[in-house]
Design a protein around this ligand. Structure first.
Ligand code: HEM
Length: 181
């Protein structure tokens, strides 16, 4: 981080640090997308009409292993995104594409924390019973929605990151105007 804030210039990440944080940001995005794809495949197997053993196993994998890594990936993307926004010319509330990504990321983290994770124990239990007895004791058809919503939102965020549309926010325009006058 440069230290010239006393000269009135904003703090900026050094180029090497910015690149390292960006690599982490992109690895987090890649991991998150990958986990979503695995959840989607496991949800399709679990809700399908195949062998109850395989279906039960797929539900147990979702219920046991995937929620934690998904939350970790989402938090890594959020944390590195905050650092990149704060420490580069893009800012956190300066450009619409960053603001929208921040909101998307926060909403997805909230959905993982308050909608997805609380239901994981039940999914695991349904999977265990299905694998042991061949009986499906709950509705698991809704499980395809979380990966579908997340994959769609992340695709939108990737497109926003590359095209960077819509320019500056009103907040940024007002601040720039004040600095010029
Ligand atoms: C919602 C999930 C997110 C996804 C899928 C995502 C994706 C990406 C991608 C693909 C890039 C590389 C763009 C390029 O180099 O052309 C990028 C860069 C960036 N992201 Fe994110 N991002 C996400 C969340 C966030 C958040 C929450 C913030 C800020 C609060 C943020 C801030 C940034 C900034 C400032 C850059 C540009 C870094 C630079 O070039 O110095 N991102 N993001």
């Amino acid at each position: 981080m440069s230290t010239n804030s006393t000269l009135g210039k904003p703090l900026r990440l050094r180029p090497g640090v910015r690149k390292a944080v960006l690599v982490l940001h992109l690895l987090g995005v890649g991991a998150w997308l990958g986990i979503d794809v695995v959840v989607g495949i496991m949800a399709a197997v679990g809700a399908g009409s195949g062998d109850p053993d395989a279906r039960g196993m797929a539900l147990q994998v979702i219920g046991t292993y995937l929620g934690g890594p998904m939350l970790a990936a989402a938090l890594i993307v959020l944390a590195t995104g905050l650092i990149l926004g704060w420490g580069t010319k893009w800012g956190l509330v300066r450009f619409w594409w960053v603001v929208v990504k921040l909101v998307v990321n926060l909403v997805l983290v909230a959905l993982i924390l308050f909608v997805l994770l609380p239901g994981m124990g039940e999914v695991r239990a349904i999977g265990e019973i299905l694998a042991e007895t061949g009986r499906l004791t709950g509705d698991v058809s809704d499980l395809r929605f979380p990966p579908a919503v997340s994959l769609t939102a992340l695709t939108v965020a990737v497109v926003l990151s590359v095209y960077k549309p819509w320019g500056r926010t009103l907040f940024s325009k007002v601040r720039r105007g004040r600095q010029k006058s």
